[in-house]
Design a protein around this ligand. Sequence first.
Ligand SMILES: O=C(O)CCC(=O)C(=O)O
Length: 260
Amino acid sequence: MTPEQAQFYQKQGYLVVPRLFGQDELAVWLERFEAIVNGEVEPAEHMLVMRDVMVAKGVINPKSPAEAIAKLQDFENDPVLYSYALHDRLLDWVEDFVGPDIKSIHTMLINKPPNVDGRHPLHQDLLYFPFRPANKIVAIWTALQRITKENGCLVVVPGSHRGELLKHENPDWEHLNLAYFGAAGVGRHPDRLHLEMQPGDSVFFHPLLLHGSGRNRSRSFRRAISAHFASAACAYIEGGGTSGRRPYRCVRGREYEGGI
Ligand SMILES: O=C(O)CCC(=O)C(=O)O
């Protein structure tokens, strides 16, 4: 990371790295996604294959298995998908954000089919993590294909990571996917910025950054792969986070006594 990039991240709370991955690398993860949702490969242990809420409620009838799926979550036990989080090029960047001792704390592949609502309200990921400090946690989100405003790109509120962790609640939307909480009282923030990306472009962002995504108004899928990392030296706090304590995996460096 250059000093200019570090300064940008500190001020804005996110940093886009163009073409961090090549098409050949993305193709492997896309194929694995298809194989899992088409039933050719069993979902790995602990992986959550989450159906879109509109499909689950019978509001729409999917024409293919992939049209039913909102995301694959926690793919640590799938060696093909997890190769994303173990990728050296990615971890070199993560090291610049959180230091040399790194734990992988969350993984997901988000599939936004056409015809479903699929919006994700503006929220802060720190809500889900019961440890601190926040600036030793970072997310990466990689476009698996061209992602535009039309197909529901990621939306961020630059600089919002300098605020507090806000109260979160379910927005009053008709079709909201499981655990898609929004920061209370934020709504359509006037400073929100749409991050359009090319395949392989990746954005790193701070866990307090307000972010979300819009509806997919195109006629094809919108897919992204994402992971969160934290310094192994982070420590649990009382009453923090909603996801409970997990056996996070050390992906680089060493473990800490009293760490996560
Ligand atoms: O990819 C998206 O649509 C948004 C993902 C996201 O913000 C999240 O799951 O925390």
